[in-house]
Design a protein around this ligand. Structure first.
Ligand code: LLP
Length: 385
């Protein structure tokens, strides 16, 4: 957690909970770390990690482009002024609307299958996504470069797809690889990049090598960058990267209040946030650091262990299992850390819960950057509503 406790208490009082808070300085620092590791590499933020317009504008102002995977994300990119070489349009099953919007904005498409040569708008800019079919050290749902993943074409197919794109009149600029998400082991990346570099005799020189994102928050960026540049150099290519989590995870914290407790063989600490605000613990068994923001007179050794559970009618609705916390009282505040990536963006209105508010700390004050939804907004698209 990067923000002082006093600021977190203020934000919770002012905007209510559950609340996502972001520290602009940490976002800027993460971008600076990426830039210093990757040097001249071009940075495309994978906005699926957190598409809040205020964060997008901040990144755009710093010269960052965007990787988009839906018509909605493309619309967000356009809304904050990104087009041309600041835009990548990706996805394994793009719609006609997505092709048209990407072409109108001059985006580069990441081609995921051979058939796309005939689906892309005329004279599209394109990269071919390669699935290196390697073991990837992350949760199964987060591995995209394994043999069983649905993404990309095989290394053997890739040179032929580049040729087919060119034959169809497209500007096939190079190759793309993204092996998965929340990967900590730099050797997974170097193996994947080396597999691509083996294709150099068949592809010839390329304009672009895009090595995706997927870096865990503690990943060895320098090691990944070195391997990426090694492969880019083999192709004589520019290097492009697409970090999502790394840029925003640490900048974000979910604030939630204690609703109450109960002891039924296990100790449950019930909070006002759960799977509808932060799905990752339930979906991937993700472990987010949880910090108690109340005064703690107890010695740490006397603390009990708690399952931190949300308000949904689902047994899997847990933020954490078996964490040591001081004695909670209703109204006490908990901070769930490393929640800036895939937290708010994967929140849902299941149970007609209002998606949470979001606020940004810019070093001097708080700004509300998304207000809490109302129930009426949740059902607004239903007809008649
Ligand atoms: N590029 C491509 C082609 C991607 O598919 C992704 C993420 C990224 C870049 C950014 O990956 P990152 O740097 O954020 O790891 N919902 C999951 C994460 C799914 C990531 C999907 N693709 C989670 O909560 O962990």
């Amino acid at each position: 957690m990067t923000l002082p406790r006093a600021q977190l208490l203020t934000a919770a009082d002012r905007f209510g909970t559950p609340l996502y808070v972001y520290d602009a300085a940490e976002l800027d620092a993460a971008l600076a770390r990426v830039r210093s590791a990757f040097g001249k590499g071009r940075v495309y933020y994978a906005m699926k990690a957190n598409p809040n317009l205020t964060l997008l504008r901040r990144l755009r102002a710093a010269g960052v482009g965007f990787e988009c995977v839906s018509a909605g994300e493309i619309a967000r990119a356009e809304h904050v002024g990104a087009s041309g070489d600041a835009l990548l349009v990706n996805g394994p099953a793009k719609s006609a609307e997505e092709y048209a919007a990407g072409a109108r904005l001059g985006a580069t498409f990441i081609v995921d299958r051979a058939e796309e040569a005939a689906l892309l708008p005329p004279r599209s800019k394109a990269l071919v996504r390669v699935n290196p079919a390697l073991a990837v050290s992350t949760h199964d749902h987060l591995a995209t470069g394994a043999a069983s993943s649905k993404f990309g074409v095989t290394p053997e197919q890739a040179p032929g797809v580049l040729r087919a794109l060119r034959a169809a009149g497209h500007d096939a600029r190079g190759l793309h690889v993204h092996i998965g998400s929340a990967i900590r082991d730099a050797s997974d990346f170097s193996a994947a990049f080396a597999r691509l570099a083996e294709l150099r005799p068949q592809t010839g020189e390329l304009e672009v090598l895009d090595v995706g994102g997927g870096w865990g928050v503690d990943a060895d960026l320098l090691g990944i960058a070195q391997a990426a540049w090694g492969a880019a150099t083999v192709f004589g290519a520019q290097l492009w990267v697409e970090p999502g989590r790394y840029l925003v995870a640490r900048a974000g914290t979910l604030l939630t209040r204690v609703v109450g407790t109960k002891r039924t063989g296990r100790n449950f600490l019930l909070t006002d946030a759960g799977m509808t605000e932060l799905l990752r613990p339930m979906l991937y068994g993700a472990q987010h650091p949880i910090t108690a923001l109340w005064d703690d007179p107890q010695p740490a050794a006397a603390r009990e262990r708690w399952d931190v559970a949300g308000p949904a009618c689902e047994s899997g609705d847990l933020l954490a299992r078996d964490v040591s916390l001081p004695s909670p009282r209703p109204g006490d505040l908990l901070a769930v850390g490393e929640a800036g990536a895939y937290g708010a963006s994967m929140s849902s209105s299941y149970l007609t819960r209002s998606r949470p508010a979001e606020a940004l700390w810019d070093g001097t004050g708080w700004t509300l950057i998304r207000r809490r939804e109302t129930p009426q907004e949740v059902w607004a698209a239903e007809v008649p509503s």
